[in-house]
Design a protein around this ligand. Sequence first.
Ligand code: MIC
Ligand code: SF4
Length: 625
Amino acid sequence: MGLTLTEKIIYNHTDKYPIEKGKEFYLKIDNTLTQDATGTMAYLEFMSMGIDKVKTNLSVSYVDHNTLQNGFENADDHEFLKTVANKYGILYSKCGNGICHQVQLERFTKPGQTLLGSDSHTPTSGGLSCLSIGSGGLDVALAMAGKPFKMIMPKIVNVKLTGKLRPGVTAKDIILEVLRIKTVKGGLNKVFEYSGDGILSLTVPERATICNMGAELGATSSIFPSDDITLDFLKREKRDEDFIRLEADKDASYDEIIEIDLSNLECLAACPSMPDNVKKIKDIEGLKVDQVLVGSCTNSSYLDMVKVASILKNKKIHKDVSFAINPGSKQVLSMMIKNGLLYDILSSGARILECTCGACIGMGQSPMTNAVSLRTYNRNFYGRSGTLSANVYLVSPVVAAYSAIAGHIVNPLDTKDKLDLYEYPSEFIIDDSMIIKPNFAKDIKMGPNIMMLPKFDNLKDKLFLKVVLKTKDDITTDDIMPAGSKILPLRSNIEKLSDYTFYNIDKYFKKRCLEYKNSIIVGGLNYGQGSSREHAAISPRYLGVKCVLAKSFARIHRQNLMNFGIVPIPITNEMYDFLEKDMEVSLDFSNLDDNIIKVMDYTIETNFTREEIDMLKKGGLLNTI
Ligand code: MIC
Ligand code: SF4
């Protein structure tokens, strides 16, 4: 029996063979990435391990999230990250050089390698055939310390693409279609492997868009084969020596197969407020829009910008629309300037923003009250834009550009414009001068807002906890620990950050936590979906939350909970219905070694590994090191 592409990379990075699906194993990590919003914590954790130099082939520290400098905090974080990178042998990508996933794809990703990143959209690098996985910062810190990454052998879903997209339909519509089919819960412990003749018409940035938004499926990763298209991209980046050809064996067996005929695909949108609430553009066309934003790690490549510029050329943005772009990297922006795209976009009436995450994480550009905001981003979770009443739609850059001109949602399939003439520039501009190489100087600069991690105590055998919150399904880490320009600067200061825990959905969460001292949260399905931010575990833990009882957990968040000593306990629908806010709940962990937890009269069988049980008993991973 042949191997899938994912299995080939996994078996090249572990000693075990074969590994049963669903079983744990350790994956050797070649490279890591961090970004500033998760990076400060990850490096504080790394520093506490007492290692003198990173043990990976390559580790890169990016600054792309916390970029508005309204006070000293973000700038201090950047300086801290720069000095840490310098000391421990890490490349430092300065603010303005670009969004981590875009720059990683352009300059560093290698087919066949493994990449672990403290950002949930790390799988973007799957567009270049790299097995790339998002995780909490502590797991990345361990990888930098040379430890393999503990993961579950994923099921492999083969997404077979046939046919060719019609002009106006894009890679974004492909991943929105996968999200429509599989939903935000459909990717747990799965890797989505793309194949079929349809992939031959998809460039690397388009493949990267699809892999990027695979994170919204809750998937472990997504990946494309490495072929002539990969080689063409690497040649333009002057990195053809990084190329190896890679694909699944012809007789590989998959756990699931999805077939999508690209020729019939429509333009799609994820409607408020979930990435799987997908509708056809033709069913929502005409809806008045107030704001249109192009950018984010999903759709900010040069090819995306070419499409937008050619639609906006000699046209004006509608008078009632605020339109802004964030190119994904300095490389993209430089090529836009050189080839005149920036002029076409600027003269249409656009606002030009930095090469950063920007509004995607609420760093500015919060729309007006009740706004309809069209974004080429990957997440439209409630509150993420910074305006709770806003209605955010996720669309392709083509839909975004047409709609920005018209002032309402437009279906590109209705236009007579020639939409399939986009090309790469003949040469990419390569300039790595904003990537600083380490010189191993010893000093680390730590501003006054950067606090060491709080210490957490071990797990008692018997606990009496009060239910501090009962949530619905699909609670996101944006619900648990909101981001945005006011809160993000507190990421290095858990005490202050904790004020905002669950703030958008329950302003009194912290107050009740302090009153109850020790508490639990009851959650529905897919608890903690979305980002990799471990702050969504650390802050509740800091406030005394000891367990989360939920119908199911998102992969990264479940690991983050355990890493910081919160016990994730699976519950049935019946238990969910029984448990109420403010209820007192007794928990008995005395049989945790046998994977048995008693919650009141219910006996729950868990499936923690030996190591997880030790870690939970000791109050978190850092207490075991
Ligand atoms: C996101 O898109 O939600 C983020 C901000 O990039 C997060 C990381 C973070 O919260 O810092 C992610 O996706 O992991
Ligand atoms: Fe940045 Fe948005 Fe991408 Fe997260 S999803 S890395 S905030 S651009």
